[in-house]
Write a protein that binds this ligand. Structure first.
Ligand code: FAD
Ligand code: SF4
Length: 506
């Protein structure tokens, strides 16, 4: 029996299930990595994401060789030609692959008629396995993040004193999420100038001329485990102490604030979730960092990240088609072309995404996704755009975040109410409105902010459905108090805007 391991592009970790199983026989177990141009043609990706993934794969191949593995690295048109060739030349009878994080890729793998046996080993990139999550979900009526997060804190004994949370509270949200203040001075994001390998990948991406989004120039992401570790340490040194406090703030000219920028590394396997959690809790134990900031961060990685992937694996295959509001408006073209958006908040965030492939959570949720929700954009089109635009996008993290959290397209499986807001929230949490041609206080009239009239139009259109959703009572009562003439004026503005923005997406 000859075993071979195929390492996929987001499984770049020596401890991943397939490599871990054979580490003692590493010199006898051939390993394959394939860069497929055809895969990159199937849908648009951010150009910097292609560079990140391929460069990280090439760096990982070097790391594997240095560890004594025998590695074949194929730069190819498709996956199957080099895979079949390698299986044949290496005489492989048993192919081992760690189960892909994305369900469509897993289904594709399982559908192949390979000339050998295929074993998919359980994916160990997450703390909660599919089975663990299913056992936790059991027959609960609601799958609440808070319950899941507390179960994770207890299970891994993170920030716990025996069976009680350190500091006596599970949640420090009331100390966090402060609005943007004048004169904030967040740290500069750590940048990694492209090395020789990354420059070769940049050239390849240029030459392939793939359908893509965003700028290729200005690539500054880390591409190896060493870079990712450095990025994590930099965050602990300069970002963690204010992470929670300004987690939801948005400031012109400040793309990253105190955020960690580690999602691309976690999602590729360059960092493991438990090592991130332990590094942060160790810093809390040894340095003077306040609990609200540490807990706020642990909640993201141990709570939200695990919860989102657990749910993705748990829901039915057709979750990706969810569209509870039956929204069908086409995604406005300016999502692909930031310069066409007149609204300062959207222009700023869209431009930033073009430049870096990155926006922080509140920019994604309360600007990009919120606007699409209140306009009534088709959730699947929006998800395709998120997939194309972000450096850290994968099916497993997109579906629950974009469809579930952002668009409420699953009717409230994971969110207790839609994340819809008017300009009020944006004006409170950012300084975007100060440089915008629209007036955040105006709901009607020439300078009315589109977030305002679309927000009320959205509530009016869906009030029937929303009145059965737990936390909407107060908001719907406010809707009823709006003068009918003003409501009609807002609905007219919303309709005119839609008329002016109907157009095919590229
Ligand atoms: P930080 O703010 O520093 O948070 C630390 C870490 O917590 C992140 O690196 C991430 O690993 C984890 N995390 C926090 N919230 C979530 C969450 N809701 N889901 C999963 N992980 C979370 N995350 C992605 O990794 N890829 C995506 O494509 C993606 N798309 C999103 C789309 C929408 C509409 C929304 C609302 C959220 C999306 N997220 C996505 C979640 C979150 O916004 C990003 O993980 C985070 O902004 C990444 O930046 P950071 O590393 O600086 O995070
Ligand atoms: Fe955005 Fe409206 Fe504020 Fe302009 S006024 S930045 S469109 S919320």
């Amino acid at each position: 029996m000859t075993i071979g391991i195929w390492v996929l592009g987001d499984q770049l970790w020596l401890g991943q299930a397939a490599l871990k199983s054979y580490q003692d026989n590493r010199s006898q177990v051939p390993v394959l990595l394939i860069e497929s141009a055809e895969f990159a043609r199937q849908r648009p990706y951010h150009r910097q994401k292609l560079v990140l993934v391929w460069s990280a794969m090439r760096h990982f191949a070097e790391e594997l060789r240095a560890e004594g593995w025998s590695v074949t690295y194929e730069i190819a048109e498709d996956f199957l030609t080099p895979l079949y060739h390698w299986l044949k030349t290496q005489g492989i009878s048993h192919l081992q692959v760690m189960t892909p994080g994305d369900r469509p890729f897993e289904a594709w793998l399982r559908s192949l008629s390979l000339p050998c046996e295929l074993t998919l080993l359980p994916n160990n990139h997450f703390l909660w396995s599919k089975e663990d999550f299913a056992a936790w979900a059991g027959d609960r009526k609601r799958l609440l993040l808070e319950d899941f997060y507390r179960a994770g804190r207890k299970r891994w004994q993170i920030l716990m004193a025996d069976d009680q949370p350190v500091g006596g509270r599970w949640n420090f949200d009331q100390d966090n999420r402060k609005p943007a203040k004048k004169h904030l001075s967040p740290p500069m994001p750590l940048s990694f100038p492209p090395d020789g390998i990354t420059q070769q990948v940049i050239e390849r991406v240029k030459q392939l001329n793939l359908p893509g989004h965003g700028q290729l120039s200005g690539f500054q992401w880390g591409v190896s485990r060493q870079d990712a570790r450095q990025g994590l340490q930099y965050f602990i040194d300069v970002g963690l102490s204010q992470f929670g406090t300004y987690q939801d703030a948005m400031v012109m000219g400040q793309k990253t604030l105190w955020h960690s920028l580690i999602s691309p590394y976690l999602n590729l396997g360059l960092l493991a979730p438990l090592e991130v959690i332990e590094a942060v809790t160790n810093a809390f134990a040894t340095q003077n960092i306040s609990l609200n900031n540490v807990e706020g961060f642990i909640r993201q990685v141990l709570g939200w990240r695990e919860y989102m992937q657990g749910l993705y694996q748990w829901v039915d295959e057709d979750y990706g088609q969810s569209n509870w509001f039956n929204h069908d408006f086409p995604l406005p073209e300016f999502y692909w072309q930031s310069s066409q958006a007149k609204m300062n908040c959207l222009t700023t965030v869209l431009k930033q995404v073009e430049q870096t492939g990155y926006a922080h959570h509140i920019q994604r949720l309360m600007i990009l996704s919120n606007f699409a929700l209140i306009v009534g954009v088709n959730p699947q089109q929006l998800q395709e755009w998120f997939h194309a635009a972000f450096i850290d996008a994968y099916d497993w993290v997109m579906q629950t975040n974009v469809l579930g959290m952002g668009q409420f397209a699953d009717g409230g499986l994971l969110a207790s109410k839609p994340y819809a807001s008017s300009a009020n929230y944006i004006n409170k949490m950012s300084d975007y409105c100060q440089q915008c041609p629209y007036n955040p206080k105006a709901r009607t009239g020439k300078d009315a902010c589109p977030f305002n009239y679309f927000y009320w139009d959205f509530l009016a259109r869906h009030q029937e459905k929303l009145q059965h959703t737990g936390r909407m009572g107060l908001i719907l009562a406010n809707l009823k108090r709006i003068d009918p003439t003003e409501m009609s004026a807002m609905q007219k503005l919303a309709e005119d805007w839609r008329q002016a923005h109907v157009g095919p997406c590229p």
